[in-house]
Design a protein around this ligand. Sequence first.
Ligand SMILES: [Ca+2]
Ligand SMILES: [Ca+2]
Ligand SMILES: [Ca+2]
Ligand SMILES: [Ca+2]
Length: 190
Amino acid sequence: MQTHKIQKYSLKGNLQLPAFTAMVALIFFSCSAPKTYTSFADWDTSQDRTLNRSEFVNAYINQNYFDRWSQNGYSLSYSSFFEKVFDLLDKDHDGLIGIIEFNSQIKSFYFGLFSENVSTWDDDVSASISKGEFIQHASRTNLASVWDTNTDKNISESEMAGGMFYIGDVNGDSAVDEIELDLWKRNRSI
Ligand SMILES: [Ca+2]
Ligand SMILES: [Ca+2]
Ligand SMILES: [Ca+2]
Ligand SMILES: [Ca+2]
């Protein structure tokens, strides 16, 4: 009876060992893996349940969001920037920005400082904005200059990250909370 008990424990001990080793390995690999910024807590390094500008910018850069704008990480010229913004606003990818597409997002790219009407941009009165119309009016209204904070005529990765912070901060309280981050990620074509 006693022997049987010892064997049982011994067997149990042997069975547990591989699971324990796997757990140690899992913890080891989780700790050594690079940060992936998948949850709000990962972005919120100060753990105060809100993202300030530098937390947002750091995570944006570490997450390589800029790859969507520039394949090699180089700063974007104004004309490349306008083309990319056009593609983002053209949600249904039909090569035109419809009135709803225009009105739903244009203001955020000007950080709220936009008071024009779509008809001002629609030169040929086609009820949509062509790429040519967009580039012409984005240029006329200095869309890039609000992003290009060092005024070198290029949008760098950190300028893009800083601009995205303004876009993410929907209620304008100089912080991005969890709901705002979720919304920003959902529209993360931007
Ligand atoms: Ca469209
Ligand atoms: Ca048009
Ligand atoms: Ca710049
Ligand atoms: Ca906010």
